[in-house]
Design a protein around this ligand. Sequence first.
Ligand SMILES: O=C(O)CCC(=O)C(=O)O
Ligand SMILES: [Fe+2]
Length: 358
Amino acid sequence: MLTLVTSVTIARRGLQLESMTLQDKAAHKLKHGCWPWLVRPCKKVSNSCLTYCPPGTRPGNVQVSISENIPVIDCHQLGTDKAQLIKQITEAAKEFGFFQLINHGVPDNLLHNVMNVGKEFFELPSEDKASFYSEDARQSCRLYTSIDYVREQVHYWRDTLRHPCHPLEEHIDFWPQKPASYREVFGSYSVEVRKLSLCLLDLICKLSQVQSTATNFYPPCPDPSLTLGLPKHSDVNLITLLLQEQVHGLQVLKDEQWLAVEPVPNAFVVNIGHMLQIMSNGKLSSADHRVVTNNKVSRTAVTSFKHPSSTCHIEPAKALVMDFNPLYQAFIYKDFVSTYITDTEERVSPLERYKFQT
Ligand SMILES: O=C(O)CCC(=O)C(=O)O
Ligand SMILES: [Fe+2]
């Protein structure tokens, strides 16, 4: 009953929000000190509810140079020169922790459909989205704003719909039924991305995994120099496959410099998570990245995360530590995830506490 009442309230407020122009929203911010969020209207106006990053952590000029060096790898070679492909992937994973894949075998029309359906979801009237809105991170299929709206000091410029997607039959019934093709399109997409990430992991190593998908929507922002879509972080998981539309926003930190990841049509942006850095004993890098906003158009990105299972025992792979010392202590994945959340909030590298002192 309580949930029902809350949903209705959010839907009503959301409806008002949808009729607001960007200027109206900016005026709301000036008057009340917080943004009228698309899916999570600010319930209480309070000074602790910061919607811009505090000075010192603001991105400032977000127009950084586009990296010509982040490798774009052609998977076409899988059938012809597998050894060369493995070499390119491991070199890119070591040097940048990021690369893009083309000719990866996921059909172009499916990539097109998943992006459109993902965007259409966010364009639905609020009453269709309200039942998915939740501030409880344990909720399986969940629509939310920023990262942890209730606990965080700063809200980021992002709305997300996230749900598990493997095994498909266990989860699909909890997914949105609007847009009408959501389940079919995201179902096919999840299966294809699973095949591709298993193939990638097979090229690098073999593991027991869990997969989830998140669609991020970054609304246009009146002043991108003041806020971020997502702050600097590295992904906790094994590997992430990201489909982005043709709008800049994702940036990677390389040698203390932010580099923009060029949106290559129908490419997957692949990045290495902390788990692969640890298991490869530092041979592969989990790069820091962030998302900046722009003041003209929204940006949508569909991310698929491969995780180890929560009880998985993780340590540097024996084969890789034979002739040198392991750099990281062993742990259980779910314990790392808890410390990752607190360390990332405190802006401390989550890897530090697991490093052996030298
Ligand atoms: O939305 C993006 O471009 C990146 C998202 C991301 O880095 C994440 O969800 O971990
Ligand atoms: Fe990320």
